[in-house]
Design a binder for this molecule. Structure first.
Ligand code: PMV
Length: 332
C-alpha cells in the first residue's frame, strides 16, 4: 500500500478565467495568487489490485461522499489516459477543506491541485508544469495553485512561455513590494452551495455576444495589471481588479440564459468599500469569484483597515475569513 498527502491552497484570480475551449484550455489568460487559510488537504491510499477495473472511494471530513467519489473516479480516468498505471490500483481518497465547500471560494482549485499532487507523487511525477497540467484537467483554475508567486495561465502575445496547458509563475522580482504581501478578507455573505456551477458559466461564454470583446479585455487587462504590479500603481491595479470582477458577473447577468450569483449583502460590502475608497489614502479594493462572497484586498501597509472591515462585518452579521498571500501546493 502507498499513501501520499498534499496540501494545496485556493487561489484568487485578479484577471479572471471565464470561458473555455477544447481540452479545458481557457479562452483568455488569467492571473492569480495563492490564498492563505483556504486550503485543501488530501491523502490518497493506493492498494495494488489483482484484477478488474480500478475502484475508488472518497471521504470528505472522514465521511464517505458519493458525489465526490463519482467525480474523482472520473478525474482519475482522465489522468489514466496520460498515466495508465493509475488503473492498476484501488484508491481511498480522504480530503478536507479549511473553508466551506461550494461557496464561491474555489474549493475545486485547491481540491484538484491537491489530488494532482497526490497522483504525481504516487506515479513519480514531480515536474510542477506536469502537475499543473494534470490539475487543469480537473478544474481549470486548479492549475494556478502550485506556485508561491503570482500564477499566469493562458496564452498571450506578451510571453510565449505562458501556455494554455499549464500555469507558469511570474517572478516576484518584477512585483513592487506594495503588492508582494497582499491581505485579503473574505466576506462570507452566503456559504450555501452556489446555484449555478462554474462549468455552466464557462459553457455560456460560447454563446455570449461579448465573447470576443471579453478576450480582448482580458488580454489588455493582463498587460495593464502587470505594469501596475511592476511600478506599484495601486489606483490602476484597483480599477482593473474591480473591472474584472464586475465584468465576470456582468457576463453572467447579460446572457440570454443569464443568472445572478450575487445578493444584497454582496452589494452592501461593495458599497462600503466604495465609501472607504473616497479617502484616497485607503488602498483597498474588492473582487468576486463566481459566487456571492466578496474578497477585499489591501496591501500590508494598510493593515489598520482590517479593524474597520471587521466592525462592518460584525454590524452586518457577516462572517469573515482572514486570508492573504499563501504558499503553493506542497506534499506533506
Ligand atoms: O476552475 P473553474 O472551472 O472552477 O473556474 C473558475 C472561474 C473563476 O473562479 C470565476 C475565475 C478564476 O480565474 O478563478
Amino acid at each position: 500500500m502507498m499513501k501520499v498527502t498534499w496540501r494545496s491552497p485556493a487561489n484568487l484570480a485578479l484577471i479572471k478565467y471565464w470561458g473555455k475551449k477544447e481540452n479545458q484550455f481557457p479562452i483568455n489568460p488569467s492571473l492569480s495568487f495563492p490564498l492563505l487559510n483556504c486550503l485543501t488537504q488530501t491523502s490518497v491510499e493506493a492498494l495494488e489490485k489483482a484484477t478488474g477495473d480500478f475502484d475508488l472511494k472518497c471521504y470528505l471530513n472522514n465521511e464517505l461522499h458519493l458525489e465526490f467519489t463519482q467525480k474523482i473516479k472520473k478525474y482519475f480516468q482522465i489522468i489514466a489516459e496520460i498515466e495508465p498505471r493509475i488503473k492498476n490500483y484501488h484508491y481511498k481518497v480522504m480530503t478536507q477543506n479549511s473553508f466551506p465547500h461550494g461557496a464561491g471560494i474555489a474549493s475545486s482549485a485547491s481540491g484538484y491541485s491537491a489530488l494532482a499532487g497526490c497522483l504525481g507523487s504516487l506515479f513519480q511525477q514531480s515536474d510542477i508544469k506536469t502537475l499543473s497540467h494534470w490539475a487543469r484537467l480537473g478544474s481549470g483554475s486548479a492549475c494556478r495553485s502550485f506556485y508561491d508567486e503570482f500564477s499566469i495561465w493562458g496564452e498571450s502575445a506578451m510571453n510565449p512561455s505562458w501556455r494554455d496547458e499549464h500555469a507558469s509563475s511570474y517572478p516576484m522580482e518584477r512585483v513592487h513590494p506594495l503588492f508582494q504581501k497582499m491581505h485579503n478578507l473574505i466576506f462570507l455573505v452566503d456559504t450555501h452551495e452556489k446555484k449555478v456551477s462554474s462549468s455552466e458559466g464557462h459553457a455560456l461564454m460560447q454563446s455570449s455576444h461579448f465573447k470576443e470583446a471579453r478576450i480582448i479585455q482580458a488580454q489588455l487587462n493582463l498587460k495593464k495589471i502587470l505594469s501596475s504590479l511592476e511600478i506599484g500603481d495601486w489606483e490602476s491595479f484597483q480599477r482593473i481588479v474591480e473591472e474584472e470582477a464586475l465584468t465576470l458577473h456582468g457576463l453572467m447577468l447579460a446572457h440570454e440564459k443569464g443568472y445572478s450569483l450575487t445578493n444584497d449583502k454582496t452589494w452592501g460590502v461593495i458599497h462600503f468599500i466604495r465609501e472607504l475608497q473616497k479617502n484616497k489614502k485607503n488602498q483597498i479594493c474588492f473582487t468576486l469569484d463566481a459566487g456571492p462572497n466578496v474578497h477585499v484586498l489591501f496591501p500590508q501597509n494598510q493593515s489598520s483597515l482590517k479593524a474597520i472591515l471587521h466592525s462592518f462585518a460584525e454590524e452586518n452579521k457577516i462572517s469573515c475569513i482572514e486570508s492573504g498571500w499563501g504558499t503553493g501546493a506542497r506534499q506533506l
